[in-house]
Design a protein around this ligand. Structure first.
Ligand SMILES: Cc1cc2nc3c(=O)[nH]c(=O)nc-3n(C[C@H](O)[C@H](O)[C@H](O)COP(=O)(O)OP(=O)(O)OC[C@H]3O[C@@H](n4cnc5c(N)ncnc54)[C@H](O)[C@@H]3O)c2cc1C
Length: 381
């Protein structure tokens, strides 16, 4: 059986961030994963299957990604129940002048949260900050009412938050609502992930084991966890579990309380019907089977859908499905209960259990790596 000081399970952005940081610091580890990149996946012909957007405040993710192309805000539309209306028109409301004040406070608290997240557990940071603590327990609908932004939310902010988290803003808590639309103030780009896995794994590919973990046994009398995979067993002093919600809960034997949105992603080549704004991005109603149409610079567009078999003929004059992927979960929105990232002194659960998105997931990987390095230094003293 192979032995390792640390085993990272899962090769998405959070696990890769942890591995990148441990490797750069010269610390020993193995990374076991059944796939590399996780929800950064691209199809064989290089189109997005998972994450697309990189916000300007993604300071840790940015060095590992490129800029793909710019979306044009005035070429995006929001469905009003019978037609797609230009999103700039949907934004027009006297309430727009108050948004800076309403969201400024959140943005400052969120950026403080992120600056401390490499060293302090997300849950501790959230509980420590009165505003973030309040927003996590408040519903988005209550928040909108409290700040008297009902009109612009119904017309514009709500659909945007829904498109970002592939769900219905009315089901979110105020934290996710604010985090989702923070990209409007900070700006975001369509990222190029083609070199991201290579950038995050450079120099340690010999430490990556491609396998699926099936169970993790409690530590033995020598303090080693036993990781059982389909093809081998590995002993480790420290575990970093960085797999998505359902897979993580199964390995931990717990039931998560987070709201997990599933999503079907399709790559379509075809001609959208005039009513559905061909060539432009179109955010649909949360009650529709299709959530979002997102055209790419070539002839392909990405379509996000709740349904496995949406009625494409309703939206397209003609179409070909060139790729499809099902994510379960795609997006995980924690409710009031946030998870500690360090369950035991030598057991970390990282990823998007608390905060969904690439930058916050990356930060959880950095947190685990920093703790492991600090523990190593303590042992040496
Ligand atoms: C369709 C979609 C669009 C999104 N859009 C954006 C966006 O535009 N911007 C943004 O910031 N975020 C976006 N997100 C969210 C973002 O992608 C995630 O929050 C983030 O990628 C989570 O990273 P992770 O490392 O925690 O998990 P993952 O990326 O899911 O990685 C988990 C890894 O664990 C592996 N694994 C699972 N089970 C096992 C097992 N038993 N044994 C071994 N390995 C295992 C998986 O193969 C995978 O490699 C989107 C997500 C989806 C699905």
């Amino acid at each position: 059986m192979t032995s390792a000081e640390t085993v990272i399970i899962g090769g998405g952005i959070s696990g890769l961030a942890c591995a990148r940081h441990l490797h750069d610091a010269g610390a020993p580890f193995l990374l076991i994963t059944d796939q590399l990149g996780g929800r950064l996946a691209l199809s064989e012909d290089g189109h997005y299957l998972g994450a697309v957007m990189m916000n300007n405040d993604y300071v840790h993710v940015k060095p590992h990604a490129g800029k793909a192309f710019k979306s044009v805000p005035w070429r995006s539309y929001i469905w009003d129940g019978s037609k797609g209306v230009n999103s700039v028109l949907r934004m027009l409301s006297p309430e727009v002048f108050r948004l800076g004040k309403v969201f400024g406070e959140f943005n400052r608290a969120y950026s403080r949260f992120r600056s401390e997240a490499p060293y302090v557990c997300q849950k501790t940071l959230m509980e420590r900050d009165p505003l973030l603590r309040k927003l996590v327990s408040q519903s988005a609908q209550e928040f909108v009412k409290e700040h008297k932004i009902e009109s612009i939310t119904g017309r514009f902010l709500g659909p945007v938050a829904g498109a970002i988290f592939l769900g219905d803003w009315r089901q979110m808590n105020a934290f996710h609502f604010c985090a989702g639309i923070s990209c409007l103030g900070n700006g975001s780009i369509n990222a190029d992930w083609t070199g991201t896995v290579e950038s995050l794994t450079r120099g340690y590919t010999d430490k990556i084991i491609m396998d699926k973990v099936t169970s993790i046994d409690a530590p033995d009398e020598n303090g080693f966890y036993q990781v059982k995979c389909e093809g081998r067993r590995v002993r480790a002093k420290t575990i970093v579990l960085s797999v998505p919600g359902d897979a993580g809960d199964k390995l931990l034997g717990v039931n998560g309380s987070a709201k997990r949105e599933a999503c079907h992603v399709f790559h379509i080549e075809g001609k959208r019907r005039a009513l559905y704004r061909p060539g432009a991005s179109l955010i649909m109603d949360p009650d529709e089977e299709i959530l979002l149409f997102f055209p790419l610079p070539d002839a392909v567009e990405v379509v996000y859908s709740r349904s496995a078999e949406p009625d494409f003929s309703r939206y397209y004059e003609d179409y070909t499905i060139i790729a499809q992927h099902f994510w379960q979960p795609a997006i995980q929105l924690s409710r009031g209960e946030w998870r500690p990232l360090q369950r035991e002194s030598n057991f970390f659960t990282i990823g998007d259990y608390n905060v969904c998105g690439l930058e916050d997931s990356y930060l959880t990987g950095l947190f685990a790596a920093n703790k492991i390095l600090a523990q190593g230094r303590e042992r040496k003293l």
